[in-house]
Design a protein around this ligand. Structure first.
Ligand code: NAD
Length: 329
């Protein structure tokens, strides 16, 4: 018999940590939270959850995690921003073991619903060569030409979820996240993404008085960024919906990296000299989310403005950096 507990994997990570809090605030009490990292490296540890450190590439760990769980949110993956995924393709692909073993264990333990965190990196690269990207539609994943390594793993795992639903009846739901940002995430060390990296660089300039900033690429490349609160709410809506195909979960507010830097400079009250590193990992030229389908299905789309989200993110990273500086004095 299936149990009644809810499992969040990758709970020591950015989105997983916020999702545990979101679910608890919604009244879900019996939560199992799993991550491979030791507890002191989790971004958030919630005492009310049953927290476990396990390597979910391993079959036994997946079975142990999912025991007694009716609902599974699988967010565990070895991932990071462009700097990480362009240089660690094998590691990214090995995450296929996590989703494969997780969905098999969920089926064996008779969980009813399974969520998989996919990514905009599944989309065909040829449809992202223009900075004026009109927004990627779900159908743009095929013909397949995903981001090498990370994107192919996500595309394969999406299909695995689909076939488990078709062949074994476990309800699987898949969202393609587009760049998620917010407090309690990575902002240094090599796995950080553009919003956090730019906040960190601007804050360091402010604190050190060195008014130079390095920008990866020519700054004209475009992206959209979704604030974490829209992400957790969207996961919940998609998980409890009838949407049985991979769907975009992202913001349609597209900006260039230069515009993002303008915004962070404005928040910080500083102007910096920009130096463009054209040899750094840049990713695709233009990417945004077409939200026609999610709007049609749910009557909702992510709508927290980039400015509002970046102010909160900047404030959190500023606190982290300044409290680290203070604690080292
Ligand atoms: P994150 O790196 O902060 O969280 C992922 C967590 O998974 C980490 O804490 C990591 O330790 C854990 N993990 C890795 N290998 C594991 C293993 N073998 N066993 C158990 N845990 C393991 O990343 P995130 O931003 O919170 O992303 C969560 C999910 O969303 C991932 O699947 C990611 O691919 C997907 N996603 C994120 C974004 C984004 O912008 N953040 C965009 C698209 C997709």
């Amino acid at each position: 018999m299936a149990g009644k507990k809810t499992l969040v994997t990758g709970a020591g990570g950015f989105i997983g940590g916020h999702l545990v809090e979101y679910l608890r605030n919604k009244g879900i009490n019996d939560i199992v939270a799993v991550d491979i990292k030791p507890f002191e490296e989790w971004y958030q540890v919630w005492d009310y959850a049953d927290n476990k450190v396990l390597d979910l590439r391993k079959w036994d760990a997946c079975v142990e995690s999912v025991k007694g769980c009716d609902t599974v949110y699988n967010l565990a993956a070895d991932m990071g921003g462009m700097g990480f995924i362009e240089n660690n393709k094998a590691l990214c692909m090995i995450s296929v073991l996590i989703n494969t073993h997780m969905v098999m264990a969920a089926k064996e333990e008779r969980a009813h619903r399974f969520f998989y965190a996919s990514s905009a990196c599944v989309y065909n690269g040829e449809k992202q060569q223009d900075v004026d990207n009109p927004g990627l539609k779900e159908e743009d994943a095929y013909p397949a030409l995903a981001e090498d390594g990370y994107g192919w793993e996500k595309l394969f795992s999406e299909r695995m979820c689909r076939h488990f639903m078709e062949d074994f009846g476990i309800v699987t739901r898949v969202a393609r996240f587009h760049n998620v940002y917010g407090p309690h995430g990575t902002f240094d060390g090599g796995r950080e993404k553009a919003p956090a990296a730019i906040c960190r660089k601007v804050i360091n300039s402010k604190l050190t008085g060195d008014h130079n900033i390095e920008i990866w690429g020519d700054g004209h490349q475009t992206r959209s960024f979704m604030y974490i609160d829209d992400c957790t709410y969207g996961i919940d809506r998609i998980m409890s919906s009838h949407i049985d195909y991979p769907i975009n979960l992202g913001s349609a507010e597209m900006v260039s990296i230069n515009q993002l830097v303008d915004m962070v400079e404005d928040i910080a009250g500083i102007k910096l000299d920009r130096h463009y590193n054209l040899n750094a990992p840049k990713g695709v030229r233009g990417r945004s989310s077409d939200n026609t389908l999610i709007e049609k299905e749910l009557g909702w789309e992510p709508s927290i403005s980039l400015r509002e989200g970046m102010e909160k993110t900047y404030a959190w990273i500023y606190d982290q950096i300044t409290s680290n500086v203070k604690s080292k004095v």
